[in-house]
Design a protein around this ligand. Structure first.
Ligand code: ADP
Ligand code: ASP
Ligand code: MG
Length: 402
């Protein structure tokens, strides 16, 4: 007997037929004598549709508290429908919202972090031999308000449960059959990996490979929860994410694209000590995530700074930069949202010179101009024109991975 946590993404439960498909996967494991806790996302495009409904009411963006109240409803629908399907198949089941399952979070609405998972209810439902269906992506803060964990947050809910109940297995079911060397829907030559390390998966997820949410990988690494990413539509082994993999060390493990990027430039800042500190601490106070930063060489006592932020934080970042512009009497601030970040990831590149050159050559051959570059030990990212991002991913992928 094993204790298994399974997570099903939105497309896996998109309609009644898929809900029954998932119910069968779950009940097979239960019938074999296992304890099963399931985390589900909202059905299909429900979360996007709810966001659209909120925009119809307030195009400027409603308060984050009310957004969380709204978005958490998507998962309430899917857990109850899945529980009904399992009931119909004749198995004991209970559905639980995030707070009922014991998820306590901080109060950072729309991007809350799990502070604690109180497992009493989960344990008592398991003792009653129930299959448990938990709403992903949500919790409760200290004011007893509903919070959500940010887009793709159900993966994190699943890993948190697996860590808290010390599950034997944590399976993340989705609409592809594993983690690929690039998005398999965009790059036909991408291939599936049998295994990948937490560190490489964390980089890929952070750099835009949406197959796993990056916080879920971070948490899996911290609590040593081995993950399997697999398809809910085909019965075959997926990709294992763990600390050490047996696979031969590849130079590049994968290529990722992040289109949720905006580039902001401020022209004519004073070229004096402490300016960068002041600008970026103002952005930090507003919890804006600055990524790639470029500073020009000073001339005539002024300098320019260009940096990237997530596109959905660009509006907030521009408000801060308008203040900075007024404060220092700068020439202008501009924001460009037509950019994307393309990155290669692999622990193998640490010891191999020439990786950057190969990447840049592939981009050059594909006619893609590089606007900004950033590197770390195990990744190289470039900022390019958004329209050319898919072409760039393919070109870079094929330069490294045959
Ligand atoms: P779910 O709703 O199950 O959480 P997501 O849409 O969040 O599913 O993630 C699955 C999608 O991630 C796939 O359909 C695929 O297009 C995309 N994807 C991006 N990069 C990769 C990759 N490297 N490997 C596999 N899938 C990827
Ligand atoms: N339903 C949420 C979203 O679409 C959470 C998730 O799917 O993980 O982002
Ligand atoms: Mg997802």
């Amino acid at each position: 007997m094993a204790l298994i946590v399974k997570k099903f993404g939105g497309s896996s439960v998109a309609n009644a037929q898929r809900v029954f498909n998932v119910a069968r996967i779950i009940t097979e494991d239960y019938r074999a004598g296992n304890e099963v806790i399931v985390v589900v996302s909202a059905q299909g495009d429900t979360t996007d549709d709810l966001i659209e409904k909120a925009r119809e009411i307030n195009p400027d963006g409603p308060s984050k508290r009310e957004m969380d109240m709204l978005l958490s409803a998507g998962e309430q629908i899917s857990i109850s429908l899945l529980a009904m399907a399992i009931e119909k198949l004749g198995f004991p089941v209970v559905s639980l919202l995030g707070w009922q399952a014991g998820f306590q979070t901080d109060s950072n609405y729309s991007a809350a972090r799990i502070k604690r998972l109180q497992t009493d209810r989960l344990t008592s439902e398991l003792a009653k031999k129930n299959i448990i269906i938990v709403a992903g992506f949500q919790g409760l803060n200290k004011y007893d308000d509903i919070t959500t964990l940010g887009r793709g947050g159900s993966d994190t809910s699943a890993v948190a449960i697996a860590a808290a109940v010390k599950a034997d297995l944590c399976q993340i079911y989705t609409d592809v059959d594993g983690v690929y060397t690039a998005d398999p829907r965009k790059v036909k030559t991408a291939h599936k990996m049998d295994e990948i390390t937490y560190d490489e998966m964390l980089e890929l997820a952070t750099l835009g490979a949406q197959v796993l949410n990056n916080r879920s990988v971070e948490m899996a690494k911290k609590y040593n929860v081995e993950l399997e990413v697999l398809s809910s539509l085909e019965r075959k082994p997926g990709t294992i994410v763990k600390e050490v993999v047996k696979m031969e060390k590849m130079l590049i493990r994968g290529v990722a694209k992040d289109a949720n990027v905006a580039r902001i430039s401020i022209v004519g800042l004073p070229d004096s000590p402490g300016i960068a500190f002041k600008v970026f601490s103002k952005l930090g106070q507003k919890k804006i995530n600055v990524d790639i930063i470029l500073q020009s060489v000073g001339r005539d006592g002024t300098k320019d700074i260009t940096f990237t932020v997530p596109e959905d934080q660009a509006k907030d970042a521009m408000e801060v930069m308008e203040e900075v512009k007024a404060l220092y009497n700068c020439e202008k601030v501009v924001c460009d949202e037509d950019v994307a970040k393309v990155s290669i990831v692999g622990t193998g590149m640490e010891t191999h010179p020439g990786v950057a050159a190969t990447m840049f050559e592939a981009l050059y051959n594909a006619g893609v101009n590089i606007e900004m570059i950033s590197t770390s030990e195990i990744k190289i990212s470039v900022l390019i024109d958004k329209d050319k991002a898919d072409k760039a991913v393919e070109a870079v992928h094929n330069a490294f991975i045959q």
